[in-house]
Ligand binder design. Sequence first.
Ligand code: ADP
Ligand code: TMP
Ligand code: ASP
Length: 238
Amino acid sequence: MIKQAAVYTGKAKTVYATDDPELFVMEYRDDATAFNGVKKAALDRKGKVNNYFNAHVMQVLEHQGIKTHFVKLLSDNESLVKKLDMIKVECVIRNVVAGGISKRLGIEEGMVLPEPTFEFFLKDDALGDPIINESHIHVFKWATDAEVTELKRKTFLVNDILKAWFATAGLTLVDFKLEFGRHHGELLLGDEFTLDGCRVWDAVTQEKFDKDRFRRDLGNVIEFYEAAAKRLGINIPE
Ligand code: ADP
Ligand code: TMP
Ligand code: ASP
């Protein structure tokens, strides 16, 4: 496999073509952004920590029957993935009220929901990733009705798997965002599952181990990412 030119440079990752038209190299950079790119910084080791964290989570999900784009780790900052035709909607599940839903609906952070809620967002930085509904997805043809059903089913399954695993490490999976893409007639989980795209709190103290440390200037962002990884048994080389 030969890495070729960059095809997309996002806020935190760069995607490269390869000599295999079916495969991309995904490079995790040290860049951190929040509020759709408004707040920016470079955080030492972030790319490496996220690359290893994501690789481990994707492999756990594969073992539990969730098909993903992940193929293998290539280096500290790079993974090989299957090229997907990305669906431009983001799937968010919340187990506990925090962040966007707290602001939008005026509900205090920390309320444990009686059951998980599901939300769709349009992946569009210029618009600030607005919340959308299934009717919007239908009329604007961002995904078929069958795909919408599958996006929800798979995201709820991921929640069941990860919530239970994180709980064994004394961590509460508060919320998370997933992106999926089409691959030979199937929907595969794409992009990443890292502490950049979810909220994870200590189950007892509610201390934050996720990107809210960066968003809210709480400090020690990567130290907490590594501490969460350690609790979950995810090995990140020095
Ligand atoms: P953003 O685009 O939000 O700034 P990143 O910096 O993480 O995000 O860039 C990674 C980009 O690659 C995202 O736009 C994501 O939708 C896209 N992507 C993720 N997985 C795949 C894949 N397997 N095939 C093609 N594109 C992908
Ligand atoms: P929110 O509280 O900002 O609406 O986000 C809910 C969760 O989903 C939170 O863990 C962050 C994640 N998320 C992203 O990572 N990127 C996004 O574009 C969106 C909308 C949410
Ligand atoms: N994912 C978006 C960004 O990186 C929004 C956020 O995390 O606040 O800017």
